[in-house]
Design a protein around this ligand. Structure first.
Ligand code: AMP
Ligand code: MG
Length: 402
């Protein structure tokens, strides 16, 4: 069977192309209370039910004035946030004390900060000129009644929840979380609560993947460990293809016991790629079988972590109803040299440090893509492009955030 090995960028584009084909309008939706909606994906647009702000709002404590008026003014009242009843009209020669968040009264068009005034008896002297509109957010400046505040597909972040609350949404329609099956494969694996024989290792990938799935908005379904044996593997793959997406770990390299691809071919799978020029994670596989997408993620724990983030995550996000997020990079100054063999895009586990305006990054010492202990001490990946043989200390490099 022909191998399809793509560059990192090509492989990522293929995933994005396939993810864009998913019909979100077919997704199941449900109602969620505001207090439980954090991190869920909106399945409706949220509209402003009134102007925001609903009145011209003072942004300062001070005096509200007519900006074309005199520098000595009579104080005719006090306007606090939440004031009810009729507001005093500010005439020429007058002003009113006003608090942050309070509505501007008729006649006034600006607020002068208390720090720039002096009060003597009932008269305020302004110590500097006031511009029209100063320290005032006009009614509707943030949004007009009927405007879309949050679009369907928005992830309900803390700020988005504040917007929903402002619009009076004590509950809202969200997408049900997609079921994402996890199938770890390998004869050497035992469950976490089993005592491994000296040559066995505990299954850790199912748990890192479950956490990544949760973060991306999915509902992880961990299947039993699959042995490197065709018929049981096939049975579990078929079970996994009953979910919205199947993530396999292990069994995608070139070894004679790497049976994931052969079994998927038996199931008439279509393969979009069978490798990417990246490290860690080169043997990563992406395809479709029985109408479901699957990823074959290499079993080395750091490879599994990285390939989920690079390729599987946008697919989970789209299945969750979300607008897929781009990968997030920042630029940082290298603390030590990096030398690599060109030909693969490298994602080297690293730690960020430094101060504001000078972010530094250091690649962690690691024993390769099986070394999840080092990966757990890192918070990012230094990216070395395919054509590069590395960077010298002090170079500015791209860093992928986890
Ligand atoms: P494979 O991709 O199947 O060739 O596995 C590569 C390496 O990753 C082997 O050393 C495995 O022991 C290790 N590995 C595979 N699956 C897991 C897993 N679920 N948890 C932890 N390590 C794994
Ligand atoms: Mg294996």
């Amino acid at each position: 069977m022909p191998e399809i090995v793509l560059s990192f960028e090509e492989a990522r584009r293929v995933v994005e192309r396939e993810a864009a084909k998913i019909d979100v309008s077919a997704h199941v939706t449900m109602r969620a209370a505001l207090a439980t909606a954090f991190n869920r994906i909106l399945a409706e647009d949220i509209l402003a039910d009134r102007d925001l702000p609903p009145f011209p709002r003072s942004t300062r404590d001070g005096y509200t004035v007519r900006s074309d008026g005199a520098a000595k003014l009579k104080v005719v009242g006090e306007i606090r946030a939440g004031i009810t009843g009729e507001l005093p009209t500010i005439k020429a020669g007058e002003c009113a004390a006003i608090m942050t968040g309070a509505p501007l009264p008729p006649g006034a068009d600006a607020v002068i900060m208390i720090e720039h005034t002096a009060l003597e008896g009932n008269t305020v002297s302004l110590q500097r000129p006031v511009a029209p509109g100063e320290n005032v957010v006009p009614q509707g400046a943030e949004a007009h009644k009927g405007d879309v505040l949050l679009k369907r597909g928005t992830k309900l972040t803390p700020a988005a929840l504040a917007v929903a609350a402002s619009a009076g949404k004590s509950e809202m329609r969200v997408f049900a979380r997609p079921k994402i099956a996890i199938l770890s494969t390998g004869d050497e694996l035992v469950e976490v609560n089993q005592q491994p024989a000296p040559t066995q290792i505990r299954n850790s990938n199912s748990y890192s993947l479950a956490a990544q799935i949760t973060e991306a908005g999915g509902d992880a379904v961990i299947l039993p460990i699959a042995p490197d044996e065709t018929s049981r593997l096939r049975q579990l793959i078929e079970e996994g293809l009953g979910s919205d997406l199947l993530l396999l770990s292990g069994g995608v390299s070139m070894g004679t016991h790497d049976l994931v691809e052969p079994v998927l071919r038996e199931l008439q799978a279509e393969f979009f790629f069978t490798g990417a020029k990246i490290q860690p994670g080169k043997p990563v596989v992406f395809g479709q079988a029985r109408g479901k997408y699957f990823f074959g993620l290499p079993g080395n724990p750091v490879s599994t972590l990285v390939t989920f983030q690079l390729f599987a995550k946008p697919m989970v996000q789209v299945l969750a109803g979300a607008t897929p997020q781009p990968l997030r990079f920042l630029q940082a100054r290298l603390r030590s040299d990096i030398t690599v063999k060109p030909g693969l895009t490298r994602f080297l586990p690293a730690t960020l440090s430094g101060e504001f305006g000078r972010t530094e990054v250091e690649v962690v010492k690691w024993q390769g893509s099986g070394d999840v202990v080092s990966a757990a001490r890192s918070d990012s990946y230094v990216v070395v492009p395919e054509i590069s043989s590395g960077f010298g200390k002090e170079s500015i490099v791209n860093v992928l955030l986890m």
